[in-house]
Design a protein around this ligand. Structure first.
Ligand code: SF4
Length: 383
């Protein structure tokens, strides 16, 4: 694994986890899956079927593959990238997953069984370097990027533990731990495995990628011409408020982010989801709703208002229900489609990072879990 290097308020990374851990089969692009030397090419297709149709997570289960070839594969590749998988079911039927990776670091996913569709929220990193002040993942600090296989396999592990086939998952949101556009190649690689007919054959229209708002990466993603759903975490309609709660806002002003969203849609990108976590007394005044509507003029958007799910020492409080409704009405009254999204699994640590934060306990345990717990800004996040 490469060492993180500072590049402004966010972090860039050299190398990948597969530099020190041997790759898993999920790290390989479908075109690169091995076939036995001198053997028929259909063995590669069979291997893909075992991984992505049957959801096998152990070479011993792949009974139609020659035993000698399975032994060769076992000598060079792992299948399962997770050393331990812990499951935290909620009363609302969602299930939070805490994964311990092969190097001992931890990341999370959430399974959400909505009516008639199975949705999984996955992570792209251990912790997150963006450090948003209201976010439990941001409080963990940054551990490392996940590899392509570690992102891909979160879906396979959830399907396996929930007892259904991996292709039954029809919606994926890259909205868990991490800033996916800072782990661009691995995140895009995972998406390509999910949408490949030999992989999970998932529609790209049912994949949502969430970003804190990195204009250059948004334009790069637009050039991929994939009909993904882009979700942008604005959380404030003005620079002053945004910089109080999102450190990356200093490097990426709102007007640059909005310009990149216009470019996204000019290149054929679909309607953008605007994520807005409602923080009492910080970003929930009605004039801020009107300013947000003004900022979004000319864009096809849907605003998701997210009630803040308090966690210990966050320094923030949730907007009351009346305030949520009034903010929603102000936006819809200004012509901006808006809804309130209540997060699932609130009893099991509803916002991403809360499980890992709780699991990490104190700073010493956090270090053991592979992430450095972020010190709160002096005077607290509201200072
Ligand atoms: Fe990272 Fe998203 Fe949390 Fe910000 S809100 S710290 S980008 S995971």
């Amino acid at each position: 694994m490469g060492r993180p290097t500072r590049v402004g308020p966010c972090v860039g990374y050299i190398g990948a986890v597969t530099d020190v851990l041997r790759p898993t089969l999920f790290d390989l692009a479908l075109d690169d899956l091995p076939t036995p030397v001198g053997g028929p090419p259909y063995r590669g297709r069979q291997l893909a079927e075992w991984l992505y149709v049957h959801g096998a997570r152990d070479l011993n289960a792949m009974s139609s593959l020659p035993r000698a070839w399975r032994a060769e594969l076992a000598a060079t590749h792992d299948v399962d990238p997770f050393r331990e998988v812990r499951r935290f079911p909620s009363w609302d039927r969602s299930v939070r997953y805490l994964f311990t990776l092969r190097d001992g670091q931890r990341t999370e996913a959430v399974y959400m069984p909505y009516e008639g569709r199975k949705t999984v929220c996955v992570s792209s990193m251990v912790g997150c370097p963006a450090g948003c002040a209201f976010c439990a993942t941001g409080a963990l600090g940054f551990g490392r990027n996940l590899s392509r296989g570690e992102i891909v396999a979160q879906l396979l592990a959830v399907a396996w533990h929930e007892g259904f086939g991996p292709r039954e998952i029809r919606n994926v949101v890259l909205m868990g731990m991490g800033e996916a556009l800072l782990n661009y190649d691995a995140a895009l690689g995972a998406i390509r495995t999910w949408i490949d007919p030999r992989g999970l054959d998932l529609s790209p229209r049912r994949i949502t990628l969430s970003t804190v708002g990195l204009p250059a990466r948004i334009r790069r993603l637009a050039a991929e011409k994939l009909p993904l759903v882009l979700a942008v975490s604005l959380h404030a309609p003005d620079e002053v408020t945004r910089r109080r709660i999102i450190p990356t806002a200093h490097a990426h002003p709102l007007d640059e982010i909005v310009a990149s969203l216009h470019d996204w849609q000019a290149q054929g990108g679909r309607r953008v989801t605007i994520e807005y976590t409602m923080l009492a007394g910080v970003n929930d005044r009605l004039e801020q709703a009107r300013a947000l509507a003004q900022l979004l003029v000319g864009l096809r958007v849907h605003v998701n208002l997210i009630p803040f799910n308090p966690w210990p020492d966050s320094g923030f409080a949730a907007t009351a229900r009346d305030g949520l409704r009034a903010f929603e009405a102000a936006l819809t009254g200004a012509g901006v489609p808006t809804s309130i999204r209540f997060s699932r699994g609130r009893d099991t640590g509803g916002a991403c990072g809360q499980l890992a934060l709780r699991d990490a306990g104190g700073a010493g345990d956090a270090a053991a879990s592979g992430v450095g717990r972020r010190a709160p800004p002096s005077g607290g996040p509201l200072a």
